[in-house]
Design a protein around this ligand. Sequence first.
Ligand SMILES: [Zn+2]
Length: 286
Amino acid sequence: MRSVKDILKSNVLASKTLNADLKTTPYTDPGLPIANQNYETTDQLNPAATFKCPICQDRGILLEGDVAHPCSCMLMKKMENQFRHARISRVLKNCRLEKFRFDYYAPEMLDKPHCEGAARALNAAKSFVEECQQNPHGLGILFTGPVGSGKTYLAASIANELMEAQLQVLFLVVPDLLDELRASYKSEVNEMDLLDTARTIPILILDDLGAHNYTEWTRNRLYSIINYRMNELLPTVITSNLSLDEMEDYIGVRTTSRIIQSSRVFRLTVEEDIRHQMYDEREGKK
Ligand SMILES: [Zn+2]
């Protein structure tokens, strides 16, 4: 994985190249007919245009006299793309809320509680995706439930849909995060990169906050992520197969308490592990 610092560095290089190019070549958009090459002309033609970036009005550059500087939105976009490719696994990229399958929760429609729990969790996921686009500082979600109950599916769907809506999301699998933090223990630079990014990214997904081998040191790192995000009102989506009591035992009372304060909690249950059901489907046993 490339560190955030590397990403920033390469972006600065790209910006310098852009600056150099801009000084010699006028900016043109090959997608537009010659008469519309000037963006201001385009804006005048379409005064109701709304911009994703109000600072640069989606030009990607800011002019200071004759000198063009890259807008901060370009850096954000670049980082977002890095995370999009680096962080969400291939198998989870296709998860979408609209493809959520209730039939896994009620085989023969006999088990209503499973289905009701799933419906509440799905609705919460949908509301979260909508709310994040209106208000970036709402509550997060904690999905609890046994292994194979669809928690990661919901969390990955949320991540995918928010990324599609151009929001910055970081999807971290907790055991991998712990490994990375341990591995970066001796190189402070990388550790700060990962920790800082996890702390400050607008939306963080922590998948599988489970019964891992937490040390006092990793517990403290986890606390610093959760605590920072709670104080800055940055929403976090967490999946865990631990009960709240177990969570206190594994990651500590103060971190668990902050998760509860900053999240809505939804429990998913199933009769049979969904991965086993999918296996049976695939192998034609249903
Ligand atoms: Zn901009």
